[in-house]
Design a protein around this ligand. Structure first.
Ligand code: COA
Length: 374
């Protein structure tokens, strides 16, 4: 292996490069399998709450009853802490983009990191309050005060919608937050780990991760997926619409993945969660349309890229699920951040425990200095 920055060959997207050992989650892109804290995502999202998923990541084990309550209280403290800080955020929540607002608001957090789990609970709880308060403000409404007696998903939805959402929608959002809580060395998690490796603080790592998640190639896709479904309107129009999109050189949002060569397992989990809601009468048409668009996109992409399977990723059914629980599309990416932040925190602590600065190399392709040219 060469260590010479001027001759090393870069992998442009670091694909295949292992940058850390982790006990947090395992992504098998060939088999389409995701394991979070030792539990398959299909099982985790059906049987665990967000608090329990946090325990797997932060404690490394499922919680006992007392621990479950401790974590619930830690998240509630975070929601309350953020609510109390709303008046001192200045213009942070005035941003037109929810991720800009979340990034600016998160930067205001002051976190005592002596107890890692307390710190993680505080930051994780806070993002739910900031995201909800931003949503309320853009609608000209006052923020809703957190209710510490409620579970995190329940309270998040209540704060965002301004009223309790009902059991079915709370369960769907909880399943979503669990599903996205961690996912290997994705771009935002890597960002958080790089920042943590410099021995910077937790809040700095989270602010950087929010910035990485904002991009449409990472966490910014579900809003555009819903736009696409709105434009297509009916299953019969899917193929023509998608053909035009591809002919114009545009990507189909919610399709394709850097790691998965089969359908993203999270797409199954979220589709299942929407179908459960649908059984309650919500979102039936939207789900039927989404399934038809997915099938058409798969066929067209397979014809264009026979050697590169491009199947539905997590964002495809994220759009359908978050829409079905009543959240507006502008809040989709902030909601993703509100789930993934628990994973970011765990990765920050794991990275710190290695004590190793992340500092890769680059290959210089600029003009030679005069003495080299001679
Ligand atoms: N629609 C159309 N074409 C796509 C595509 C999509 N969603 N995803 C990949 N492709 C095409 C690329 O244009 C490229 O074609 P080319 O070889 O003719 O240039 C080929 O497939 C390989 O793509 P590449 O960019 O190398 O794949 P990647 O691993 O870097 O990309 C994503 C992964 C997720 C960035 C990509 O699939 C994408 O942009 N998807 C849409 C955005 C999205 O849903 N993001 C959420 C991810 S969870």
């Amino acid at each position: 292996m060469t260590t010479n920055e001027s001759t090393a060959r870069p992998a442009s997207g670091l694909e295949g490069v292992v940058v850390a050992d982790t006990r947090l989650s395992d992504v098998d892109g060939e088999a389409g399998r995701l394991v979070i804290g030792g539990v398959a995502v299909e099982e985790l999202a059906g049987s665990s709450t967000f608090e329990e998923a946090c325990a797997l990541l932060w404690d490394g084990a499922p919680p006992c009853e007392t621990r479950r309550e401790t974590l619930r209280a830690a998240l509630a403290r975070g929601r309350l802490h953020a609510f109390e800080r709303l008046s001192s955020l200045g213009s942070a929540l005035d941003a037109a983009d929810g991720m800009d607002a979340l990034r600016a608001a998160a930067a205001h957090l002051v976190v005592d990191e002596r107890d890692e789990v307390d710190a993680a609970g505080l930051v994780t709880g806070a993002l739910a309050t900031f995201a909800s308060a931003w949503q309320r403000r853009r609608c000209g409404l006052a923020p809703v005060s957190p209710d510490p007696a409620r579970a995190h998903a329940d309270d998040f939805l209540r704060m965002a919608l301004g009223e309790p959402a009902g059991q079915a929608r709370v369960e769907a959002l909880d399943a979503y937050l669990v599903t996205v809580v961690d996912h290997g060395m994705n771009a935002s998690t890597f960002t958080a780990r790089v920042i943590a490796s410099t021995r910077s603080d937790l809040v700095s790592a989270i602010v950087g991760a929010i910035g990485a998640l904002k991009g449409p190639l990472h966490g910014g896709a579900p809003g555009p997926v819903l736009d696409m479904l709105d434009e297509i309107v009916a299953p019969a129009r899917a193929t023509a619409w998608l053909e035009a999109q591809l002919a114009a050189g545009r990507r189909v949002m919610g399709m394709g993945h850097r790691i998965y060569r089969v359908r993203d397992p999270r797409a199954f989990v979220l589709e299942r969660a929407v179908a459960r809601l649908e059984a309650g009468g919500v979102a039936a048409e939207r789900l039927a349309l989404a399934r038809a668009v997915e099938r058409a996109a798969e066929e067209l992409l397979a014809a264009r890229h026979p050697d590169r399977p491009l199947r539905a990723n997590v964002e495809f059914y994220t759009a359908v699920l978050l829409d079905a629980v009543g959240l507006p599309r502008a809040l989709f990416s902030p909601t993703f951040a509100a789930g993934r932040v628990a994973g970011w925190c765990a990765h920050v602590f794991e990275q710190r425990s290695t004590g190793r600065l992340v500092r890769p190399s680059s290959r210089y392709v600029g003009a030679p200095a005069p003495r080299d040219a001679a």
